[in-house]
Write a protein that binds this ligand. Structure first.
Ligand SMILES: Cc1ncc(COP(=O)(O)O)c(C=O)c1O
Length: 378
């Protein structure tokens, strides 16, 4: 199968060759259970220990602060439910632009007697830390606000919000599924209590995640079983994927400057090329100074994003900012929260570059998108 130019790295990333190589020995031969005391068991236990160190190293945590999970959705669920189980207070603060892996947990909690404050965002998708402080109540048990948004790339002022949470003695979680590996995610600088990591957004496979839980922060298990991951996340460890996440984190740290520079320069060349060809028709939805280096949420005036994405789909993979139904358009909750009008939202695409994006791919993308838009406008 020939793969089109892939510019949807926020959806998922390919597995890094070095990561795949590391996984191979655990597929081919080292199949032991890490809890077994004989050699092939202990080999797996050591591999998990190394992976825990590698993940911790990337985010400047202690290895014993890392729990392996199956994905970011699970990490978010564990963070929220696991913290709430030990708390009386039934009030939670989150933002209006979280991923469904947070929003849907909150919506469910509302049916269980919890009250949720959804902090609004400005026109660029930014949360104002003062709004978070104003929302804190005596019964607030948790604040959960994402580090960077998956659709538009806006980076939130996490360290400021964390300082507010700390001042009011409220636990603070951030969903960093999109930021880890793209921007600095040092848990000590950020000041967070819990942080979610997703393997398949940083060149590890799908089906592996991690949750950073700061030492001293109380979290309870939400699944019951044996004592793996301190009993907080029981179940025989997914060694192959854990090893992969560890290696991916090691590479993300080693190649950080090179990769983030590539993502940024590819994203910016793309935007400049589109602006050169299409001029005023190109409208960026966010403040690029406070945005992930790889993400471009852009609206094309007078163009339906679905038509554009589908016309170019055999050559280029990108995603859109709205969902198309039989006779209506539903704009994404993120664009809605940013107060983006329906016409702009309907013309919005998300283009996200990655460490493998090349200038040739960007040049072809500029040409194909520009030609298609000019054709669609006639
Ligand atoms: C910000 C954010 N959080 C959570 C998730 C959920 O990740 P997964 O589907 O791997 O659990 C995603 C996936 O797109 C995401 O972008």
């Amino acid at each position: 199968m020939e793969i089109p130019i892939y510019l949807d790295y926020n959806a998922t990333t390919p597995i890094d060759r070095e990561v795949a190589q590391e996984m191979k020995q655990f597929i081919d031969s080292h199949f032991g259970n890490p809890s077994s005391s004989y050699t092939i068991g202990r080999f797996n236990k050591d591999a998990i220990r190394l992976a825990r160190n590698q993940v911790a190293d990337l985010i400047n945590a202690n290895p014993d602060e890392i729990l392996f999970t199956s994905c970011a959705t699970e990490s978010n669920n564990l963070a929220i439910w696991g913290v709430l189980k030990g708390k009386q207070g039934k009030h939670i603060i989150t933002s209006a632009i979280e991923h469904p892996a947070i929003i849907e947990v909150c919506r469910h909690l509302e049916t269980q007697g919890y009250e949720i404050t959804y902090i609004p965002v400005d026109k660029f998708g930014s949360v104002n830390p003062q709004d978070v402080e104003n929302a804190i109540r005596p019964d607030t048990s948790l604040i959960t606000i994402m580090h960077a948004n998956n659709e538009v790339g806006t980076i939130q002022p996490i360290s400021e919000i964390a300082a507010i949470a700390k001042k009011h003695k409220v636990i603070f979680h951030t969903d960093a599924a999109q930021s880890v590996g793209k921007i600095e995610t040092d848990v000590s600088k950020l000041g967070v209590d819990l942080l979610t990591i997703a393997g398949h957004k940083l060149y590890a496979p799908k089906g592996i995640g991690a949750l950073y839980v700061k030492n001293g922060v109380e979290i309870q298990n939400i699944m019951f079983g044996a004592n793996q991951e301190k009993g907080i996340r029981p179940g025989t460890e997914n060694v192959i994927h854990i090893v992969a996440l560890g290696k991916a984190c090691e590479i993300a740290k080693r190649d950080f400057d090179k990769n983030s520079q590539n993502m940024l320069s590819m994203r910016d060349s793309l935007l400049n090329g589109l602006k050169k060809n299409l001029g005023e028709q190109v409208k960026v939805n966010v403040n690029l100074q406070k945005c992930l280096p790889n993400t471009l949420s852009v609206a094309f005036d007078k163009v339906d994003a679905h038509t554009l994405a589908s016309v170019i789909s055999k050559d280029i993979c990108i995603s859109t900012g709205s969902a198309c139904h039989a006779d209506s358009i539903e704009i994404s909750s993120v664009l809605k929260a940013m107060n983006i009008n329906i016409k702009t939202a309907a013309g919005t695409v998300r283009i996200s570059t990655g460490k493998y994006t090349t200038s040739d791919e960007i040049d072809s993308t500029i040409e194909i998108i520009s030609k298609t838009i000019l054709k669609l406008n006639h």
